[in-house]
Every structure is written in C-alpha cells, then in structure tokens.
Write a protein that binds this ligand. Structure first.
Ligand SMILES: NC(=O)c1ccc[n+]([C@@H]2O[C@H](COP(=O)([O-])OP(=O)(O)OC[C@H]3O[C@@H](n4cnc5c(N)ncnc54)[C@H](OP(=O)(O)O)[C@@H]3O)[C@@H](O)[C@H]2O)c1
Length: 328
C-alpha cells in the first residue's frame, strides 16, 4: 500500500496561477505519452507516486491521450481509485477537449454539445467526481466564441470542473475568451501554450495579455519533447520518443540544429545542471510562468527535472549566452 512521502511539500515550489486562488506546483506532470494502453502500468504508477512524493500536485490529461484515445484517462482513473485515492484533495487534475475524439459532427472542436459530452465521458473514464481544471484544447474557428464560453462556464457551474483553461489560443482569442468568461462570472484561470527555448512565440503578445488579464500559464513541451536534453546528441537512443512516437519523428531530430543543443548543453554543464534542468530553469525564469508541464518516460527523469528548482536563478550573463546560442 502506497504511503506518500512525509517530506513531499518541503522541496517543491508552489506558484499562484494568475490572480486566482489556485496555486500549482512549479513542475507539473503531463500524461500525453507513456500512459496509454501500450505503456507499462507499473511504470505509470511509479511515475505518479514518485512525482507526488517530490511535491508535484498537478497532473494533466486530455480526452484524446493514449493510444488508444481515452486510455490515459482510464489508466489514471485506475491509479486514482487504488493507489492515490486518499490524496484526491491534494491534487489538481486537468483534462481537455478540442481535438477529434469520436465520429460524426459532435466529436470535435468547440460546440456546447461536444464540450459537455466530452467532459462527461472524461469523468466516467477517470471515475472522478470533478476535474480541477477543464480546458478547451484549441480554438474553434467555426463555433461562436460565446457558445464555447457558455459551455465552459456551465461545466464549472454544474460542478463538473472547478476552473476553466484554454490551450493554443492566440493573444486576441485569449483576450476575447477572458472577457466573455469574466462576464459570466467564471473567469479564465489558466492558459496552456507551448513554450521552450526553441519556441518562444508566447513572448510576442500572449504573455502581455495573460498578465493584464490575471491569467496563469503552464508551458507544455518545455523540453521540446526531449530535444532540449542531451539524449539526441549522439543519435536516437533505443526506446526514446523519437524512436517510438508519431509526434517526434527521426526527421524532426535530424532537422534540429544539434550544434545549438550541444552549445546549450555546455552552458548547462558550467552551471552544474543537466540540459533538461537548465531548460526548465530557463522557462521558469523571472516568474512569468505558473508551471512547466513536463512529460516523462520514467521516474528518474521526473526526479532530475524537479531538481532544476534547487539551482540558482540564471544570471543575466548566462541568459545572454543562451540567447546568443539561440539566435545563431
Ligand atoms: N495543450 C496541448 O496542445 C499540448 C500538446 C502537447 C503536450 N501537452 C501537455 O504537455 C505535457 C508534456 O509534453 P511533453 O511530454 O512533450 O513534454 P517535454 O517535457 O517537452 O518532453 C517529455 C519527454 O522528454 C524526455 N525527457 C523528460 N525528462 C528528461 C530528462 N531529464 N532527460 C532526458 N529526457 C527526458 C522523455 O522522452 P523519452 O520518452 O524519450 O524518454 C519525455 O517523455 C503532455 O504530457 C501534455 O500534458 C499539451
């Protein structure tokens, strides 16, 4: 029987999510990969429990995470109903809807029909009574934003979720959704964009909107799916994501400027960090993000990544050195 580490809240940092009452662990764990039907269940349990022992309180799902779609929610539900059951009130569990999930015109995008049905399905698959955060996974160019906002607001008002988030929304879409939701009395609490040293698009407007509106942010793919580690510097290792996932192909590794990764790795070494740790320190620098949403294939990666929080802040000189590498 699992008993959580008594010192779990000693090392982790907790950051306020925008101007809400919610705090998130500075490092959160996403279940996009390695929690589907083809993964090892024991490894999943070990990853969740070791993350929680390190103070990670936030676990992120989506209706379509698998493979097969929905299986990550099922596996997480199995873990919740057995191993993690006593700790539900210590956890922030999110899920999302916005990508294709079932056949026909109601299984995708942002209609009221899709979002509410999908939330109900996710509750069933996980066996949870409610989600802490329910996200619209991507903007829908066809459904009126008012309809999506009203569906999200209803999901909170009906007790299916506590907070609302959006993901992959532009600055303009975020502002519009934030204003609509505030008017409905259910504010937009968090945005989940991609952000890492190789993709800094949120610095061009989105972060300004988030700060103005008091919305928190959690960066997905902060390690660029593993590219911002030392693992691909000497080829594609067996069992790595680039060997096994459609979302990071061997071509994507080939097309990455590995000389840049090697140069970043050298800066990390000088700081006494691994590149993975420096990539997380970099994303969290200056306190603009609420949390970094990492993925992992084994517990040791989670431990290594959480250790990024023990390092000193990056200095202005180190940041300039990193910028010089990235701008080359
Ligand atoms: N909202 C959206 O549209 C969206 C999109 C994508 C992801 N997400 C969310 O973001 C989460 C994280 O995405 P991600 O998994 O791509 O994040 P990531 O942290 O950029 O990449 C995780 C992968 O990097 C490798 N890795 C992690 N730590 C490592 C370490 N210390 N040393 C060496 N390799 C390490 C592992 O790959 P190996 O398998 O090679 O070991 C791991 O699976 C997802 O689970 C999901 O919750 C959201």
């Amino acid at each position: 029987m699992y008993k959580a580490a008594s010192e779990r809240y000693g090392k982790m940092k907790y950051r306020r999510c925008g101007r809400s009452g919610l705090k998130l662990s500075a490092v959160s764990l996403g279940l996009w990969h390695n929690f589907g039907s083809s993964g090892s269940y024991d490894n999943m349990v070990n990853m969740i429990t070791s993350a929680f022992d390190l103070g990670i309180t936030h676990f992120d799902l989506a209706n379509n995470y698998g493979p097969y779609p929905g299986s990550a929610e099922e596996n997480f539900g199995r873990i919740m109903s057995s191993v993690m059951r006593p700790y539900r009130d210590e956890l922030i569990i999110s899920t999302k809807a916005g990508y294709g999930m079932w056949e026909g015109p109601y299984g995708d995008h942002g209609s009221r029909k899709y979002l509410i049905a999908s939330c109900d399905q996710s509750l069933k698959r996980t066996g949870l009574e409610y989600f802490d955060i329910f996200y619209h996974h991507r903007p829908d160019p066809e459904t009126p934003m008012e309809e999506t906002a009203a569906a999200l607001s209803y999901i909170v008002n009906s007790g299916k979720a506590l907070y609302i988030g959006v993901s992959n929304y532009s600055p303009e879409q975020t502002l519009e959704m934030s204003q609509l939701l505030r008017g409905m009395g259910t504010p937009l609490v968090i945005h989940q964009p991609k952000y890492n040293m190789l993709d800094r698009h949120i610095e061009n407007g989105l972060q300004t909107v988030l700060e103005h509106e008091g919305i928190g942010s959690i960066a997905f793919c902060p390690l660029a799916q593993g590219l911002l580690t030392d693992k691909y510097l000497n080829g594609i290792p067996k069992g790595s994501r680039a060997e096994s996932s459609a979302f990071l192909t061997p071509d994507a590794v080939k097309n990455t400027d590995l000389s840049k990764i090697a140069a970043l790795n050298a800066i990390a070494k000088k700081r006494g960090q691994t590149l993975a740790q420096m990539a997380l320190s970099w994303a969290l620098r200056g306190g603009r993000l609420t949390s970094v949403l990492i993925g992992a294939s084994r517990p040791s990666q989670i431990a290594e990544n959480v250790n990024a929080l023990s390092a000193p802040e990056l200095t202005a000189e180190e940041l300039a050195e990193i910028d010089a590498v990235l701008c080359k």
